[in-house]
Design a protein. Structure first.
Lengths: 287, 276, 180
């Protein structure tokens, strides 16, 4: 097991007057940690702080016991981290190979031959091997994201921080991503923010729900699912009183909360638990 | 008469393990010289993993993208391969900086009036220090490098990367400026290099400022301030007071001071503040 | 007489195809020869990393210079000549720790069969060689067997060229005395 230990200790961050994160704590050692939350919840701020790209206004973050806010720990932590930003962007005229090669140099792969071997390895891992000589501007959005994932894999980092790695990927690619994450989670600590609740439920060892900069839930996927236990219903028409409902393709409505008239209870999914949490601002739960 | 050494797997094993005597070693190597079967037998003792690893290395080398002219030149001059690659891969706008520099210098030359060579020298000396300042503006920073977020998350120190690029910018500027100087040297002699210390001072000042504001803003401030200063002094005294012998040590001191500030504030290059 | 499934003619054909730019032929050449080359290089240098780099450099060199192969002698010998010189290049970049070339105990008595074999393979040379001190064996190996110059031998063994020359003189004197 080569996974980094991650400890986030009461981290907070504000942009000027706007509070993005408040008193957030979590810890992980190995496995896939999924971070869920609505847009603007602070997920990206949290991941950027973990990846040492941004310094949190308050609190501490430790990677393998290294304090990422001071040198020389921060540089050492960066040797163990791979990071995919929410919107990966690259110089349009550069080739795929050159992009990853450049970042590999930044990650201290100084020997040319070893570095090129590693570049090809990570490109293969995301099925971009035969695109190595294409220019970035010729790539689709999904390919650009996969390129971003590829560079995050350089050097087999002990801690991977991936911000929305599945965005823009087609279902087949999502499946391959899921396999990749499962494999990586076996040997590293992988922190992923995503909206793919079903797939996250399948592969995560830990799930964290953030809304409005605070933690609403820390625990397992099963635990999050259980929150919605006996609170999910199928109703024949739009209900008035339920916390949340939406129309299904067959015309019925899936509701979470109190049972509307004429509804039948169904087994909850993790997404139900998640929706229950984020649409009830005064509730916080730890399972 | 050649006697064939009978194939002997245990001898081959000991050979590969490195525990054979001199006589045995000679036997095996002589046998390999003439027998493909012996070569195969010995080769089979080497772990497949090692052979695959080395094959991947060969492939990596043969498939490596060709280096560009600038990169090859840098390596020939003695730079380490990975530093040359870093510089050559400076994202975006390298070409536009070269073009801008050449334009700047030619503007200076075009402004040179054969009847007023002093005036053209003045213009040249005023403009040449701007070349590295412009270079710094396009060589570093989140505005320039689309992958900045990802670069920050690497152990390569942002400060170190900045210095590498700044040195490259300065070195190239010396070349451009040197060429420009030679073209209008004529009767001016040593004065054509009087722009170098000001260039150094302006560049370090720009870098020091960029610990507080965006690199482009910093460049604009130093470039603007410089041009205003040159104009004011030229009006008050003459074209060369700004560059004369008494002024040069002042530039050196300014460069040193800015360098110290830059060094003390270097942590600013290690992370990103995002105004969200 | 053993039947060689793979002959030098097969190697020659591969080189010809490599010279025409067929990467697949290089792959085959690699699979046939990389093993023994690695093993033999490892018997000259204590550091596996240097051996790996030299081995890789060898096949890169083969790719680049296949056109220049002039069919003099066998492909195996040609490959070894390239490989050992790439190893010397590596040791020039990074000096390896000196190694004992033949750690096997000379105390073992070779069977009559083996002695006859040695006689057939290299006459009395073998016995005389085995008799030399290890330092002298190393320089003789590098120059006479591997065909290196005294400078190259010095780089490989990590000793000055002058030392190589003096040791070589002593080695040759010993061999002359033994073989006459």
């Amino acid at each position: 097991m080569n996974a980094a230990s991650l400890r986030v200790d009461r981290v907070g961050h504000s942009y000027g007057k706007r509070v993005a994160l408040q008193d957030l704590s979590l810890s992980a050692l190995g496995g896939v940690v999924t971070v869920l939350g609505p847009n603007g919840a602070g997920k990206t701020t949290l991941l950027r702080s973990m990846a040492t790209v941004q310094r949190a206004s308050s609190g501490q973050i430790y990677v393998d016991g290294l304090d990422v806010s001071v040198e020389p720990d921060r540089t050492e932590a960066r040797r163990r981290i791979g990071y995919l930003p929410q919107e990966p962007r690259f110089a349009p005229r550069a080739t795929v190979f050159d992009i990853v090669d450049y970042l590999a140099i930044c990650k201290e792969h100084h020997d040319r031959r070893d570095r090129h071997r590693e570049v090809r390895r990570v490109l293969e891992a995301v099925q971009l091997g035969d695109r190595a000589d294409d220019r970035v501007r010729a790539l689709s959005g999904g390919m650009v994201r996969r390129l971003g994932i590829a560079q995050s894999l350089l050097g087999q980092p002990r801690l991977l921080v991936l911000d929305e790695p599945a965005a823009g990927l087609d279902p087949d690619q999502r499946l391959q991503l899921r396999d990749l994450l499962t494999t990586l989670g076996a040997t590293s600590t992988v922190v992923v923010s995503t909206d793919m609740t079903d797939e996250a439920a399948a592969i995560s060892s830990q799930v964290i729900v953030i809304a409005d900069g605070t933690t609403r839930f820390v625990g397992t996927a099963a635990g999050l699912t259980r929150l919605a236990g006996e609170r999910v219903w199928i109703a024949p028409q739009a209900p008035a009183r339920a916390t949340r409902s939406w129309r299904q393709p067959d015309g019925t409505y899936r509701c979470i909360g109190d049972p509307p008239p004429g509804s039948t209870m169904v087994e909850p999914t993790m997404e139900d638990g998640y929706l229950l949490l984020v649409s009830a601002p005064t509730e916080a739960a730890v399972a | 008469m050649m006697i064939d050494l009978p194939l002997d797997a245990s001898l081959a094993q000991r050979y590969v393990a490195g525990s054979t005597t001199a006589a045995e070693t000679m036997r095996v190597e002589r046998a390999m010289d003439s027998s493909a079967s012996w070569r195969g037998l010995v080769g089979a003792q080497v772990p497949a993993e090692r052979l695959e690893h080395n094959l991947a290395g060969v492939v990596a080398e043969l498939d490596a993208p060709k280096r560009g002219f600038v990169e090859r030149s840098m390596i020939r001059v003695g730079l380490h391969d990975h530093v040359a690659r870093l510089l050559a891969a400076t994202p975006v706008m390298r070409r536009s900086w070269y073009i801008a520099s050449v334009l700047v210098l030619f503007f200076g030359l075009a402004a040179s009036n054969p009847d007023n060579t002093n005036g053209s020298l003045g213009i040249f000396l005023a403009i040449a220090p701007l070349v590295p300042v412009l270079g710094v503006a396009v060589a570093y920073g989140p505005g320039i490098d689309p992958a900045h977020d990802m670069t920050v998350a690497t152990p390569l120190s942002g400060f170190r990367l900045l210095l590498i690029r700044a040195v490259a910018v300065l070195a190239t500027s010396v070349v451009f400026g040197g060429i420009g100087g030679v073209l209008i040297a004529q009767s001016h002699g040593i004065r054509v290099v009087a722009w170098m210390l000001p260039a150094l001072a302006l560049t370090t000042a720009t870098l020091a400022l960029s610990t507080a504001v965006a690199t482009r803003t910093a460049s604009a401030i130093t470039a603007g301030g410089w041009l205003i200063g040159v104009a004011v002094v030229a009006r008050a005294a003459d074209d060369f007071t700004m560059f004369g012998a008494p002024a040069q040590p002042a530039y050196a001191a300014a460069a040193l001071a800015a360098g110290i500030v830059l060094f003390m504030r270097r942590d600013a290059f290690e992370s990103v503040e995002v105004a969200s | 007489m053993e039947q060689n499934a793979w002959t030098d003619a097969d190697d020659q054909a591969l080189i010809a195809r490599i010279a025409r730019g067929y990467r697949a032929a290089l792959d085959v050449l690699y699979r046939v020869h990389a093993g023994w080359l690695t093993a033999r290089l490892q018997r000259r240098c204590s550091e596996p990393e240097l051996v790996d780099s030299a081995l890789q450099d060898t096949f890169v060199a083969v790719w680049k210079s296949a056109k220049k192969y002039k069919r003099k002698g066998e492909v195996g010998a040609w490959l070894w000549g390239i490989a050992v010189r790439r190893l010397v290049d590596q040791t020039r970049k990074r000096k390896p720790t000196p190694m004992d070339l033949f750690p096997g105990r000379e105390g073992r008595t070779d069977s009559a069969e083996e002695q006859a074999l040695d006689l057939g393979l290299h006459g009395d040379f073998g016995a005389a060689f085995a008799d030399l001190e290890p330092d002298l064996q190393a320089v003789l190996m590098a120059t006479a067997v591997d065909g290196l110059s005294t400078k190259e031998a010095g780089d490989l063994l990590g000793i000055p060229q002058g030392t190589v020359k003096t040791r070589l003189m002593r080695a040759r004197r010993h061999m002359r005395e033994q073989l006459t």
